[in-house]
Design a protein around this ligand. Sequence first.
Ligand code: KG4
Ligand code: ZN
Length: 349
Amino acid sequence: MIILAIESSCDETGLALLEVKQSGKKNPTFKVLANVLNSQIDIHQVTHGVVPEVAARRHVEMFPHLVNELIKKSKIKLQNIDLIAVTNGPGLIGSLLVGIEAAKVLAATLNKPLIGINHLKAHLHANFFNLKSNQIEDIKYPALALLISGGHTELIKLESMNKFSVIGDTLDDAVGESFDKVARLLKLPYPGGPSIAKLALTGNDQGFTLPMPLKTQAGFNFSYSGLKTAVRTLIVDNKTNTEQSRADLAASFQRTAVEHVLDKTTKAIRAHHAKTLIVAGGVSANQYLRKRLTELYAADVDVRIPEFFLCTDNALMIAMSAAIEYLKNPKKVLKSDWRKINVDPGMNI
Ligand code: KG4
Ligand code: ZN
């Protein structure tokens, strides 16, 4: 079973080929045949953020090159693919449409089934793939997923591999968005997450006391706009006029943003008796967060954080999510018609 997956929901164009095998009652195994990616960071750095029209155009330009690269790397003929999968939401409508139309052309000309994949579910599903043993693993339930990206900050309860319910969400900005906005206030390059993390390495994370969001509020929601405003006020008040104070502010912001995540996640783990914590989304690439998470939960919760290359957007996670859909209901998936795939920019998990 060979799956071709396409990702183009925001500013990364990705293509991947994944082989899935199942024999008897054993766990299914997989093999990554190729995984290629074009990041648009260079063009969006100029505008300090993604300009949707520009992103969509770059996806169009890159697509043919990536198809060639994929074929070259995997040595697989397109005719040998069994299933095509494409992200159909959530994301930027123009960007999503490029991937969807490309997928439809491939599915129609090759006469292959095409399924739409929810980008958010794909971030979570990537955690079920053990890259060392090449096995698709089940995990201990109930599990909790922490989805932290540029557009989402959600706590999701999982009763099984496919049964999700959102128990916490951001009331305003997403955590990745707050890293991006604070980086812009500090005049650091886009994307803000890695820039803040780098500057924070030389800073004192106790240098500034920032307000911890929703500390006394019950429930598992998040809020990041107050934290960003507190940073802005310090900058306007000229508290960051030395290189050291800028680094201290980056480190203090990162610590507070991460502690807010940990605070709500810890409470949710306790309240829902979670046995596993799945971390997903671009912000899970943050080293400080990764360290704090494992220190905190290693004792009694199985913490699963993807490898770096699987944290930010990529097509391999789309292929992995498609594999899970396929294993759940192979007959239905193999009958999926490309004419029925629609874009859904506001898709929920
Ligand atoms: O999942 P993703 O690639 O795209 C979305 O679906 O949003 O996440 C991108 C977000 C951006 O906000 C970026 O600043 C953030 O993830 N990010 C990080 C780090 N690397 C990426 N945030 C904090 N620390 C990082 N190392
Ligand atoms: Zn994403």
